[in-house]
Design a protein around this ligand. Structure first.
Ligand SMILES: NC(=O)c1ccc[n+]([C@@H]2O[C@H](COP(=O)([O-])OP(=O)(O)OC[C@H]3O[C@@H](n4cnc5c(N)ncnc54)[C@H](OP(=O)(O)O)[C@@H]3O)[C@@H](O)[C@H]2O)c1
Length: 287
């Protein structure tokens, strides 16, 4: 890429988008533009990716070489409650962005999920056949299929993302907040996955794209554990050792959307294995 490569992060107000935005902005050789959806954020521009006219205008103005697309309706139960509205965000929006990226021959990096699998036989590598259980997973599977028609697409699949973000979208924050406010804490013993730190996910995604990676890449943290074990670890690391966690089955939680049970991801590409785990977070921020 001659000159200063132009990067566009769509959904930079989110957990992963924020980490990407920060990591890319730290490199002074790059021109980085970031957008938000509904949460006005300093330094970012508004962009609703379901509005094709606005997407076209944004691409004409910013002329990106690399487009990062973590933007989504990532609330699995919200997708189950509103399949049509969420499909507009999770399928139509990404397809619109793909068309704009393809017109300019930009690299497109789309964030998908481990929920493209059914959790019958995890952990899954990149070659495993998809079989989603709920609307969110079906939408992501369909978006992957559409976007991979463009040969400069990279599909990155993380799982159970956590970050330092102080807010309800980060499950660590939600859990610590619940423990501090003495709410009852229940966690599924039979739901297993591979939690993924947002910062390391961003760094490794950038490395893969710099290397010219194309196709599907699983990027997850090194541990595979149940929600119950994860909850125990988080509370211990946050110094909340007197909190009682009720072990339950996922079915008992009666969540609107079914989830994969024996899930999680592994990668065939050892170069891109994330080694950072929960222990490496700056826990002082949560204490
Ligand atoms: N969170 C997880 O545990 C998890 C696990 C596996 C995969 N993933 C996938 O990883 C990606 C990143 O997840 P995340 O946790 O970072 O999500 P997040 O924190 O909920 O962020 C979603 C981002 O998308 C933006 N957005 C929503 N609707 C939009 C629209 N119509 N147009 C443009 N932007 C829009 C949001 O903007 P505003 O906030 O400003 O509205 C926000 O910046 C998603 O694709 C998700 O499906 C997440």
């Amino acid at each position: 890429m001659p000159g200063s490569p132009r990067h566009l992060v769509i959904g930079a107000s989110g957990q992963v988008g924020g980490a990407l935005w920060k990591a890319l902005s730290a490199d002074s050789r790059l021109t980085v533009t970031g957008t938000y959806g509904s949460r006005e954020t300093p330094g970012l521009y508004p962009l609703d990716m379901t509005d094709a006219t606005r997407v076209e205008e944004a691409f004409s103005a910013w002329r990106p070489d690399v487009v990062w697309l973590p933007a989504a309706q990532a609330d699995v139960d919200a997708c189950q409650r509103d399949p049509d509205g969420s499909a507009r965000i999770n399928v139509t929006g990404p397809y619109t962005v793909m068309q704009a990226a393809a017109e300019r021959r930009a690299t497109l990096v789309f964030y998908s999920t481990d929920y493209v699998f059914d959790g019958e036989a995890g952990p899954y590598d990149e070659t495993a056949p998809t079989h989603p259980l709920q609307h969110y997973g079906s939408q992501k599977t369909e978006a992957e299929r559409l976007l991979l028609q463009y040969e400069k697409t990279v599909v990155i699949r993380p799982a159970w993302i956590y970050s330092r973000e102080p807010g309800p979208r980060n499950f660590i924050w939600r859990l610590v907040h619940a423990a501090r406010t003495h709410q009852p804490i229940r966690a599924a013993v039979d739901q297993i996955s591979t939690p993924t730190p947002a910062d390391a996910l961003a760094t490794m995604s950038i490395r893969a794209v710099d290397d010219g990676f194309r196709g599907i890449l699983h990027l997850v943290g090194p541990e595979r554990l149940s929600r119950y074990q994860l909850t125990e670890n988080i509370l211990r690391l946050a110094g909340l050792t007197n909190v009682t966690i009720e072990p339950v089955t996922l079915a008992l939680l009666k969540l609107p959307a079914p989830r994969p049970l024996n899930g999680g991801l592994i990668t065939q590409y050892s170069t891109y294995r994330i080694t950072e785990s929960l222990h490496d977070l700056p826990w002082d921020q949560f204490r």
